[in-house]
Write a protein that binds this ligand. Structure first.
Ligand SMILES: Nc1ncnc2c1ncn2[C@@H]1O[C@H](COP(=O)(O)OP(=O)(O)OP(=O)(O)O)[C@@H](O)[C@H]1O
Length: 280
């Protein structure tokens, strides 16, 4: 089980950012800014039990990626705690990293290696070898439908194939907590569906899955829980039925709108409106 309590992250402005900030009028200043810092994540709390899938929602800039980077140990929090099975990740990031699989927008493959060579390489970094490694690769390739391009070089893959291979490398060590930052963004319908089905395969397992998304139909189809953050603060934690009940009770789109600060999310809302039509 992963438990995130009152997580916060502030970034100190460098000289360029400070100069830019001084140019802004008072009205344009984000409530997360002060004279020296941008408080990107101010107070985020949630927990996710094994076998559950949690969808992390929020408008652009809400602090989702920053939160997920803290969970993955890539970024250390300014405040708060992250426990995996009772151990504080912040106190022992190197040990806890073995329990976590993190897919970010920057996760990538070695271009000159094949998909299988890439995934085997990351498996070996995690201490796997021989038959055990072969069996794990086989199982993950089955679930992500990778066998047909397993021997292609990474540089020759389509975006959807690349993302599936990235996910394979992320999970090859059987993490207890899987953290995926917008895993389906920019993918075609078939690749996105393969990834959503893959996430679904963890339901009822011993793994907690947390993934951020702007696609509310994915939340509808695969999530047990929702956490919504806006301007770095948790606005909702609960199961999907409770989230739906906040809006008009029919769709998750109206729940989302009821919870976010409208003035800061005009572009997000039009994105979601479009997705509501696409995903309907
Ligand atoms: N290293 C950094 N220094 C300063 N500000 C940062 C840094 N990293 C992120 N931010 C700011 O923190 C805020 C939250 O960013 P973050 O990427 O976490 O949002 P997000 O919810 O993932 O957004 P999106 O949905 O657009 O991906 C943004 O305003 C961003 O510009």
């Amino acid at each position: 089980m992963i438990e995130v309590q009152n997580l916060a992250k502030s970034f100190r402005y460098d000289k360029v950012a400070l100069k830019e900030r001084k140019k802004k009028s008072r009205q344009n200043i984000d409530p997360r800014e002060d004279n020296r810092h941008f408080h990107a994540v101010r107070d985020v709390t949630f927990k996710c039990e094994p076998g559950k899938v949690l969808g992390l929602l929020g408008p652009n800039g809400a602090g989702k990626t920053t939160t997920l980077r803290m969970l993955s140990t890539a970024l250390s929090p300014t405040k708060g705690s992250i426990f995996i099975d009772g151990t504080n990740v912040i106190d022992s990031p190197l040990t806890m990293r073995k329990q976590i699989g993190f897919l970010s927008g920057k996760t990538s493959l070695y271009r000159r290696l094949t998909v299988k060579e890439n995934v085997a390489y990351f498996g070996k970094l995690h201490g796997l070898s021989g038959k055990a490694l072969e069996q794990k690769i086989d199982k993950v390739f089955d679930l992500l439908d990778i066998h047909s391009f397993a021997n292609k070089k990474a540089e020759d893959l389509s975006t959807g194939m690349q993302q599936r291979a990235n996910i394979a490398r992320t999970v090859i060590h059987d993490p207890k907590v899987l953290v995926l930052d917008e895993p389906t963004t920019g993918l075609d319908v078939i690749s996105a569906k393969t990834i959503v089905d893959f996430i679904e395969s963890y339901r009822g397992s011993n793994v907690s899955v947390i993934f951020s998304t702007h696609h509310l139909h994915e939340v509808e189809s695969v999530c047990d829980q929702v956490t919504l953050i806006d301007k770095g603060v948790t606005q909702f934690n609960g199961d999907v039925a409770d989230f739906r009940a906040i809006g008009n009770g029919n769709d998750l789109y109206s729940s989302f709108l009821a919870l976010v600060d409208e003035s800061s999310s005009q572009s997000e809302q039009s994105d979601i409106k479009q997705q509501a039509f696409v995903g309907a």
